[in-house]
Design a protein. Structure first.
Length: 434
């Protein structure tokens, strides 16, 4: 078997000139590329170098507006009926008339007839005594005329006695007749006096058979019906006034000491009602429902101090015939039922040219933080202020702040004066009515 062999093919090595040309071409390309890049770099403007900025603290702010502000006492209380009365008949009898649907919850008007007791018996007694009185008056008139005649007869016989035309016995009989006439007349007068009293009582009893509402009211108890018997002295219905309510609002003696006059003198407790009536309107509203507010007045101060809570009541009266504030307009009020829990705001003093600041914006009891702009940079600054009044929610500042300064409202933890800030103005909500 014959084997065949292939001889391997060998390439010739590149020549030196070819290698040199490739090297030169590559170098030229690199040089042109480097020069182009340097040209482009030189054409670009160098960016301005800015110093690194410090991190800014985000805060909410509000522009300061100085104005006259009222100082208030805020309290809470539960409404009570200003007047509550139990309708008690003073005569007994069967009911012959009752107001339609006279039941708890119904409202009645002042002087409206509620129910009527059978008056026939009382009418008969009234008529009998009236006739008896008239009869006695006629008898007295006749007796007075007869007495005058007897007195004239006595005078004539007295003259005859002096002339001895009649004997003394006859004159004594005439004198005795005059005295008997006087005694009878006095007896008739006494009977008339007694009858007059009985007649007046019968008239009163007759008028008592119809009972009326003493004021605008709501029935809270009792359901009288026609034909039912009512006894004298036993209540039939109970009424609560719808004309006004009272609200006892408890305040501490420390709160009441804040009530001061224009000379900053403390007002004595017994003079508080008269003084507060001269100030602004007392606002009464139901919490979580401020769309309607009632106007109130201070009626009186409570009778004694509560030794347990160390408070005393200010009694606020709300008259429903007065106006209420709704949508900034004065409109007719709605009734405020007894037993409703209310919030009461009482103006006690006007502080001129002051600023209202939230409690959270006050630090160490006398400092606030403002935002000051310097060379387009906002930074924190601290300011000492004078406090006119402090409440649970806000403070009133009367010294230390100027109009249009930017007050920091956000709570700050360990604030440092000079810290850069990013300020966001507070969105002002529409003011609440009142």
């Amino acid at each position: 078997m014959t084997e065949s062999f292939q001889t391997p093919h060998h390439h010739a090595p590149p020549s030196t000139s070819r290698v040199l040309r490739a090297t030169i071409a590559t170098a030229l390309i690199l040089v042109v590329g480097v020069m182009s890049m340097r040209f482009l770099v030189n054409m670009r403007k160098k960016p301005q170098r800015k110093p690194p900025q410090a991190l800014s603290l985000r805060v909410q702010t509000e522009r300061i507006v100085r104005k006259d502000l009222w100082l208030y006492l805020d309290g809470f209380g539960t409404t009570q009926a200003d007047q509550s009365v139990e309708i008690v008949p003073e005569v007994a009898g069967k009911l012959t008339y009752t107001l339609r649907d006279l039941k708890p919850g119904q409202t009645v008007k002042r002087n409206q007839a509620l129910f009527r007791i059978d008056s026939r018996t009382y009418r008969l007694e009234f008529d009998r005594l009236k006739r008896q009185r008239d009869s006695l008056k006629r008898q007295i008139k006749l007796s007075e005329d007869a007495l005058q005649l007897d007195k004239r007869d006595e005078q004539r016989n007295k003259v005859l006695l002096k002339r001895r035309a009649i004997d003394p016995g006859t004159f004594d009989k005439i004198r005795l007749r005059v005295l008997e006439r006087i005694r009878a007349l006095e007896s008739l007068q006494q009977n008339l006096d007694v009858t007059e009293i009985q007649f007046q009582q019968a008239s009163i009893n007759l008028n008592r058979t119809t009972l009326y509402a003493p004021f605008d009211a709501r029935v809270t108890q009792g359901t009288p019906t026609n034909g039912a018997f009512v006894a004298a002295g036993r209540g039939v219905v109970t009424l609560e006034s719808t004309e006004s309510v009272e609200i006892p609002v408890a305040f501490s003696l420390e709160d009441l000491r804040k009530i001061r006059d224009e000379q900053n003198q403390e007002i004595s407790i017994d003079q508080i009602p008269a003084y507060l009536r001269k100030l602004g309107t007392i606002r009464v509203e139901v919490p979580q429902s401020s769309s309607t507010a009632w106007k109130g007045v201070i009626e009186r101060v409570g009778g004694r101090l509560d030794l347990r809570t160390r408070t005393i009541d200010l009694w606020v009266r709300v008259h429903f015939r007065s106006s209420t504030r709704q949508n900034n307009d004065l409109v007719n009020p709605k009734i405020l039922l007894p037993g409703v829990f209310c919030q009461v705001r009482i103006p006690i003093r006007k502080i001129p040219n002051a600023v209202r600041v939230p409690r959270q914006a006050l630090y160490d009891g006398k400092y606030v933080y403002l935002v000051q702009t310097n060379q387009n940079q906002k930074r924190l600054i601290r300011r000492k202020v004078e406090i006119a009044h402090t409440s649970n929610e806000y403070v009133l500042i009367h010294e230390g702040l100027q109009d249009q300064e930017e007050l920091v409202l956000s709570p700050l933890s360990d604030p440092v004066e000079g810290t850069p800030v990013f300020a966001t103005p507070k969105e002002n909500k529409p003011p609440r009515a009142g």
